[in-house]
Design a binder for this molecule. Sequence first.
Ligand code: AHM
Ligand code: MG
Length: 338
Amino acid sequence: MQTTDTQFITTVERHFLEGKRHNPHATSEFSWLLSGITLATKIIASQIQRAGLLEIVGEAGRVNVQGEEVQKLDEIANNTLIRCLGYRGNVGLLVSEEDDEPHVLSDQPDSGKYIVLFDPLDGSSNINANVNIGTIFSIMERDPNCTSPDMKARVLQPGYRQVAAGYVVYGSSTVLAYTSGHGVNMFTLDPSIGAFVLAQENIRMPAEGKIYSVNEANSRQFPEGYQQYLDWAKTEEAGYSSRYIGSLVADFHRTLIRGGVFLYPPTHKSPNGKLRLLYEANPLAFVAEQAGGMASDGRQRIMDKQPVQMHERTPLILGSKAEVEKVLSFLPPAGAAH
Ligand code: AHM
Ligand code: MG
């Protein structure tokens, strides 16, 4: 990575535009949208770094639409994304995990061409412990055939319609990984120049990796097949290690780089799992598949799921192809009673 000679700096926006030979969405208009996301995540990164000093660590004193305690930084991240994307011109709808309703910026087909969905601060219950957290985003094109006045209906599109998706992980460095359907590229925020600079192109997730990542405290509540998988993975012959941060973005980022599988199965408390299809599962599934990995809900491909509700949850099995397939081999085949 070369950041001292501007001639060689490849920012995320420049990299995206240079891909226009393969990608019909690689227009300056779309790059303008993307720069709204990078601007917002740079602001969020700087707020997180100074959170203790600014006294913005802790709960905001209300619960969100999911019934979860909202952290002050959740609100800051959400407002920052809305502010930075709100005047980009080509964004029709902004859909946040934190908000009950979509933000309607334009319902005109031309000016409101894109729908941006996001989890503004994933893993935010970890903020107080200084553990890595992240922002996840998904970009879809508005379906011209869907003219419903109900804006929520316009949002309910399956993940295969995503035109771009990615995440930013706020860790020892701030890293952005994104795909627009032509592989996965990774950028590191260089704080000295305030730009995300190309770190690695066309990342491939290892095809296998002996790490499973799951909240094992829930394991007695998992359907039998998941329990059998975990029993198998713990045998000496299988030889797996367990790693669980409790921040999806951070657990996924490790899985992307090292390989393995992340699982959030159904539990008694959350029969559909905990994670959200539109803001968490779909964008990370897109990144995983573009890196050679796989994502399933235990019965079907995540990106084939037709959402019926904006904040719908899904079980998630995400990671290296061989590892996801191994978990699936313990589960009843699709169509069988669970
Ligand atoms: P959040 O988006 O409200 O932060 O919740 C999602 C988080 C994920 O980051 C993580 O994978 C999961 O919740 C952890 O849940 P649990 O504490 O039940 O293991
Ligand atoms: Mg989340």
